[in-house]
Each structure stands twice: as structure tokens, then as C-alpha cells.
Ligand binder design. Structure first.
Ligand SMILES: *[C@@H]1O[C@H](CO)[C@@H](O)[C@H](O)[C@H]1NC(C)=O
Ligand SMILES: *[C@@H]1O[C@H](CO)[C@@H](O)[C@H](O)[C@H]1NC(C)=O
Ligand SMILES: *[C@@H]1O[C@H](CO)[C@@H](O)[C@H](O)[C@H]1NC(C)=O
Length: 392
């Protein structure tokens, strides 16, 4: 070895050997190599797409790397299937065009579609939604608004360590996916920004959401039709509209929601804590096997609510009776302060009353006194600590 190291060729040879060895386990695609500019003003959409095409056609596991800096991206679709698994590793910030109309009418800003085995790690997204919200508030011919980060028809998805601010509408959407993990994300939009949900899950099975901070103008997490086996833990929600199953029953023919768990989470200053909502019209939809447990609420308007006559702003109300059958919902160890007198509201369907509602160890106070509860068309049991007095 000693004699070999004297030859000037050896270090170069070793480098080459190491590069080949590393290359055999993964392939790296830095967006800068494809012309992306970290200056916040040059359109980097085409460069990102070129990096995607290269990574997606790699037969080895591929990493797309986005270094520090601000990268301007228009609406962009990263389409699979890819030949191998993909990691998108971001140290920088993706920023939307300053004119909100440039995200167009597609409804998406950054969309991953039909991509399996994908990890999206780190970095920030800034959709600069303020102009869009102002348009919405003035009611002037606005586009539908773009979700910031969406996974459609994707299996085995991990989203970790991502921060998103000021989405036009929903920050993060998991739609028609199997096996998705969302962890350690931070989603921020002002309290009064319209329809800026945190995470929307729909048509998906086996989704886990953990360790995330959601401060938004709409639901922290909304759970749409056809969702099953969803596990949520260590969520900090608020301000926002709380964690909602629904709204369901928008369609007559709709898949139900089942096996949903929320545990070890905190709501602060949100409009709702845990909510189930449905429109008052006939439907095939249902909600069953839900557990809400170990929750703390601080100054929350409706800590526990089922509303089967959901009709925001009283516009276009169907005025019928909800066909959504709600059964097997457990509320266990939920305590804290309500911002209104009525902390527990079960307003169920006249034609399909809620059944199997279980309350165990509930302690919700309003102005330092026990809050109250109201029940209609609901049956179930109440055990352990009962503050407010159960109406079941
Ligand atoms: C319910 O969902 C959990 C994930 O939260 C999963 O581990 C479990 O297998 C599911 N149960 C059924 C019966 O599908
Ligand atoms: C529902 O009832 C409200 C209030 O009575 C009424 O203004 C509205 O037109 C009704 N909607 C439909 C679809 O009938
Ligand atoms: C309910 O919570 C209040 C406020 O923390 C507390 O003072 C009270 O003792 C609790 N009641 C029960 C029955 O645990």
C-alpha cells in the first residue's frame, strides 16, 4: 500500500472508485444542475421538471435535491409512475408567483400524481396566498385557488419536516393514496384566511399524521369521504376550525369514513375541537369506529360536536335529513376549557340517529364552571368523569 500511495494516480483512482460505489446505490439530481435559480424571481419550473424526468426514469433510487435559496415555481405536475423510488430533499423554499392568477385554474400548485414510493423531506413552501384571499373576500371573479402540495393516486408516501405558509386554499392534500405518513409538518395561514385547511385526507387508506403544528383559517385536518385507517397523534391545532370528519353527504353516492383515531393532541383557540359534520340530504355515506382520546382543549368554541345539519352561511341548504349513519364514536379523556357554554353538541340526523356514542372521562368547563351538553337523535353511554352532565 505504501508504495502504491507514492504513485500520483492513486488518489484519483480511489475517488473514481468511491464515486462508482456511491453511484451504484443512489442517483442524485440537484435542481441547480438543470438550471434552477435560487434567487426567488427566475422561473425554475422547467428546471424542476427536467430534474424530475431524469430522476423518475432512473433505474436506481433517485434523490432530487433542492439546496438553500428561494425557487419560483408555477403550477407544476410531477407525474409517475417512476422506475424507482424517489426522495425529494429540500433545504430551500419554493415560492409561488406573486400574481395569484398565475397558478391558474388547475386547483394545484405542486402536484405529485401516480408516484409510488416517494419521500418529500424538509424545506418550505410559500404560496403567497394573501392576494387570492383578498380576491375571495371582495367576491370578484376569482380562480378556484390552488392547494399547495398534493399527492394524488400515490402509494407509500412520506412527507416529513415540511413547513408551508400562506396557501391559497388547503396546504397539504392526500387524495386516493395508500400508506402515507405525514410527520413533523408545520402549516401556517392567518386565522381569517378563507378555506386554508391544513391537511385534507380523502379516498385514502392507512394514513398516519403525527407531530405536527397546524395553525390555519379553516380545518386543521379535514377527513373526506372514503377514508379508512387514519391515525393521528401529537397534533397541535389552532387557530383554525378544528379536526373534522366531513363534511360528508355532499353527494348521494359517497364512500364512508371508518377506523379513525386521534390521540394525544391539543387544541388552542380553535372554533371546534373534534367535529363530525354532514349535509342534510340522503346519501350512502357513513362514519364508524372513531376514537378521539387524550385531548386537551384550551378556549375552544365547540370542543365536541356532531352536526348533521351542516350548512355554512345558510347558503344552498338541502333542508332534508342527513343519510350519513354515524355509529361507534368514542370520546375518552378530553379535558379543558370551552369558549362557549355548550361544550358538547350532538345534533344528529332525524332519519339516521347517531348510535354507539361513548363518553368517558370528559371534563370541560366554561368560565370556571361546568359547561353544558345538548343531544338530539343520539344514543350511547357515558362513564367516568362527566363534566358536563351527560345528555346521552
Ligand atoms: C385501523 O387502523 C389502524 C391504523 O390506525 C390499523 O393499524 C388497524 O389495522 C385498522 N383496523 C382495521 C380493522 O382495519
Ligand atoms: C332551505 O330553507 C331555507 C330557509 O327556510 C330556504 O331559504 C332555502 O331556500 C331552502 N333550500 C332549499 C334547497 O329548498
Ligand atoms: C374538572 O376540571 C377542573 C378544572 O381543571 C377541576 O377543577 C375539576 O376538579 C375537574 N373535575 C373533575 C370531576 O375531575
Amino acid at each position: 500500500m505504501a508504495s502504491l500511495s507514492c504513485t500520483p494516480y492513486f488518489p484519483a483512482l480511489l475517488m473514481l472508485l468511491m464515486m462508482i460505489m456511491m453511484g451504484s446505490t443512489r442517483a442524485d439530481y440537484n435542481v441547480l444542475s438543470y438550471g434552477a435559480k435560487p434567487d426567488g424571481t427566475t422561473d425554475s419550473t422547467k428546471a424542476f421538471l427536467k430534474a424530475w424526468v431524469a430522476a423518475c426514469s432512473s433505474t436506481r433510487a433517485a434523490t432530487i435535491y433542492v439546496p438553500k435559496g428561494r425557487f419560483l415555481l408555477k403550477a407544476v405536475e410531477f407525474r409517475g409512475p417512476c422506475k424507482s423510488r424517489i426522495i425529494v430533499r429540500v433545504d430551500g423554499t419554493l415560492v409561488a408567483p406573486s400574481n395569484y392568477r398565475e397558478l391558474g385554474n388547475s386547483g394545484y400548485w405542486i402536484l405529485f400524481i401516480k408516484v409510488n414510493n416517494i419521500m418529500y423531506l424538509g424545506g418550505s413552501l410559500d404560496a403567497r396566498g394573501a392576494g387570492f384571499w383578498a380576491c375571495r373576500k371582495s367576491g370578484n371573479n376569482c380562480p378556484p385557488g390552488a392547494r399547495s402540495l398534493t399527492f394524488n393516486w400515490a402509494n407509500n408516501v412520506v412527507v416529513s419536516g415540511v413547513t408551508s405558509i400562506n396557501s391559497q386554499v388547503t396546504h397539504l392534500v392526500i387524495n386516493s393514496c395508500n400508506n402515507a405518513v405525514v410527520r413533523n409538518v408545520k402549516l401556517y395561514a392567518p386565522d381569517q384566511s378563507p378555506n386554508t385547511d391544513g391537511i385534507h385526507v380523502q379516498g385514502s387508506t392507512g394514513v398516519t399524521i403525527s407531530g405536527s403544528t397546524l395553525q390555519t383559517g379553516d380545518d386543521c385536518i379535514s377527513i373526506g369521504p372514503d377514508t379508512r385507517n387514519l391515525f393521528m397523534t401529537n397534533i397541535k391545532c389552532g387557530p383554525g376550525h378544528g379536526i373534522s370528519i366531513g363534511s360528508l353527504g355532499r353527494e348521494t353516492n359517497e364512500g364512508g369514513v371508518q377506523n379513525i383515531t386521534l390521540t394525544n393532541s391539543v387544541f388552542s383557540g380553535s372554533d371546534n375541537g373534534v367535529r363530525i359534520k354532514s349535509w342534510a340530504r340522503p346519501t350512502t355515506s357513513f362514519v364508524r369506529n372513531v376514537v378521539f382520546q387524550n385531548l386537551i382543549v384550551r378556549n375552544v368554541k365547540n370542543p365536541i360536536i356532531i352536526d348533521q345539519n351542516y350548512c355554512p352561511n345558510n347558503q344552498g341548504c338541502p333542508n332534508q335529513s342527513s343519510g350519513v349513519k354515524i355509529s361507534g364514536v368514542t370520546y375518552r379523556n378530553i379535558r379543558g376549557t370551552s369558549a362557549t357554554q355548550n361544550a358538547v353538541i350532538f345534533k344528529c340526523s332525524t332519519s339516521n340517529p347517531c348510535s354507539g356514542i361513548r363518553l368517558h372521562d370528559i371534563n370541560l368547563t366554561y368560565m370556571k364552571k361546568p359547561a353544558s351538553a345538548s343531544c338530539s337523535h343520539v344514543s350511547g353511554t357515558s362513564t367516568g368523569v362527566r363534566v358536563p352532565e351527560s345528555c346521552l
